[in-house]
Write a protein that binds this ligand. Structure first.
Ligand code: FES
Length: 85
């Protein structure tokens, strides 16, 4: 279920009354990180419905043939060596 999501925004989007969905009467804010209409939910979260609890995923946009990959390990380039070197 965990997933790596890249965010490019550097500030908030303020919501107002115009953001309310007239048909549903609510505001759905994306919490999965996959929406193309952030901060609003666009239904992209449906791609996460069959995620495995123990697997970390990377979603690769609109690639219909391979929309996500499983991540085996995340390596940080600025992390010091763990063996003391
Ligand atoms: S919660 Fe992210 S697209 Fe719906």
């Amino acid at each position: 279920m965990p997933r790596e999501v890249r965010h490019d925004a550097t500030g908030p989007t303020k919501l107002d009354e115009d953001d309310v969905d007239e048909q549903k009467g609510d505001i759905a804010v994306c919490r999965c990180g996959l929406s193309s209409d952030r901060p609003f939910c666009d239904g992209s979260h449906r791609a996460t419905e069959d995620e495995d609890e123990e697997t970390v995923y990377k979603y690769e946009g609109d690639d219909d043939e391979k929309p996500r990959r499983e991540i085996a390990e995340i390596v940080y380039v600025d992390e010091e060596s763990s063996d003391g070197d």
